[in-house]
Design a protein around this ligand. Structure first.
Ligand code: 7TS
Length: 412
């Protein structure tokens, strides 16, 4: 957060930073509306990874030679940037993972599993991605404890009173998305954390869709754990962060064993490394971390406030244009939303619709979006989902709308 934001530039300039967006698909300039699944990368990220691979690559934390020093500096430099980006109070609180999924599994197995006693519970909500459901199901099965699900309303908002009603003195952890990937709902995470703090339940925020679109300060949110993925914020795949409060991480046992997470190994006793290395067994994704750091630099140069404002305005435009399409049905109409709009058109199957859009150069995600319980809640098997990033503009939205009109013609 310390980097001063760059002066306001046109969205057209941002778009020009992304080489993948310069291509045509099926003879039409690509309109990429699937950033919630994975965002494209700016040249700065691609170049940073290539330059690292060409000149600096070696293993980290273990060599005395120059390249190993450079690789270690780059990798640990990425951690410092990520700490700054979400305003964690210490670099020990930033565990580098392969993504949100791994980060949540780590908390389930290392924080929850040793603590959960029969009669305890974990609370999540109905709008979670499978990554914030299945790890909790696994640990509840392993420990004979209960997973409780907070309801959502017809607009796709968490019923906060319903959530609070499930939290009791036996609640070990509450897991909730910052932003829903299928519905776009922005959850009131600060209020929820404050409520849980009074009741001594830990809170994990799944920020996979939050960090790319909103300014995030983990100390302001005051959560215990916050997770996110590099590839949804212009970085490489296979990168991510588990932020955890230092006192909690410190008390947690290692999750995986291997190189780098130890101080000393004998057959009698192994002593573990300090934070955050205790949770980073094995050779990490070094080039990924380099790209992740370059992505953070890119976002910070523009400024998350500016990105959020720009995307908010574009989202409003998208929603109002889509509303004008005959036969459209929205799934997810929360008052506070970010980036995403899910919809169905007439009775066209979402995969068929997605294919027709693709033939017009418009990329959207179709299906259940790894959020099957959300689909069940709305009585659909899947949706079409358009998701925005800072490289999108009003023309993209107009192209989406034109492609939907065309789909209606085709399906009669
Ligand atoms: N949580 C949320 C809210 C997500 O949107 C995703 C990925 C994950 C967790 C898992 O992240 P990963 O990087 O570990 O895979 N969401 C999507 C999506 O919406 N379409 O494809 C992946």
């Amino acid at each position: 957060m310390s980097t001063a934001p760059a002066p306001l530039r046109d969205a057209a300039d941002w778009r020009a930073d992304f080489p993948a967006l310069r291509q045509s698909v099926h003879g039409r300039p690509l309109v990429y509306l699937d950033s919630a699944a994975s965002a494209q990368q700016p040249g700065a990220v691609i170049d940073a990874v290539a330059s690292y691979q060409r000149e600096d690559h070696a293993n980290v934390h273990r060599g005395v030679h120059t390249l190993s020093h450079r690789a270690t500096e780059a990798y640990e430099g990425a951690r410092d940037k990520l700490r700054d980006f979400v305003n964690a109070s210490s670099r020990s609180e930033i565990v580098l993972t392969k993504g949100t999924t791994e980060a949540i599994n780590l908390v389930a197995q290392s924080y929850c599993r040793p603590r959960l006693q029969p009669g305890d519970n974990i609370v999540i909500t109905h709008l979670e991605h499978h990554a914030n459901i299945v790890p909790w199901q696994l640990v509840c099965e392993q420990t004979g404890t209960e997973l409780k699900i907070a309801p959502i309303n017809d607009r796709g908002e968490v019923e906060v009173d319903g959530l609070y009603g499930l939290i009791d003195e036996k609640t070990v952890l509450v897991g909730i998305a910052h932003v829903s990937n299928a519905l776009g709902t922005v959850n009131p995470v600060e209020d929820i954390v404050a409520y849980c703090r009074d009741r001594e339940a830990a809170v994990l925020i799944d920020g996979a869709q939050g960090v790319p679109h909103l300014p995030v300060d983990v100390q302001t949110i005051d959560c215990d754990f916050y997770t996110f993925s590099g590839h949804k914020m212009f970085g490489p795949t296979g990168t991510g962060v588990l932020y955890g409060r230092e006192a909690l991480l410190d008390a947690m046992p290692p999750w995986q064993g291997g190189g780098d997470m130890i101080l000393e190994v004998t057959f009698d006793k192994t002593t573990y490394n300090e934070l955050p290395y205790k949770f980073e067994a094995g050779t990490p994704n070094i080039s990924g971390a380099v790209g992740f750091a370059a992505a953070v630099d890119y976002l910070q140069r523009i400024g998350m406030r500016q990105i959020a404002d720009y995307e908010h305005e574009l989202h409003d435009y998208m929603v109002s244009r889509l509303r004008g399409v005959d036969g459209i049905r929205f799934i997810g109409e929360a008052t506070r939303k970010a980036s995403v709009q899910s919809f169905l058109l007439d009775d066209i199957h979402s995969h068929d619709l997605g294919t027709i859009l693709d033939h017009q150069g418009v990329a959207v995600r179709t299906g259940h979006h790894c959020a099957m319980p959300v689909m069940q809640r709305f009585g659909v098997s899947g949706t079409c989902r358009a998701s925005l990033a800072l490289y999108n503009n009003r023309d993209d939205v107009d192209r989406l709308v034109a492609a939907l009109e065309k789909a209606r013609e085709i399906f009669g």
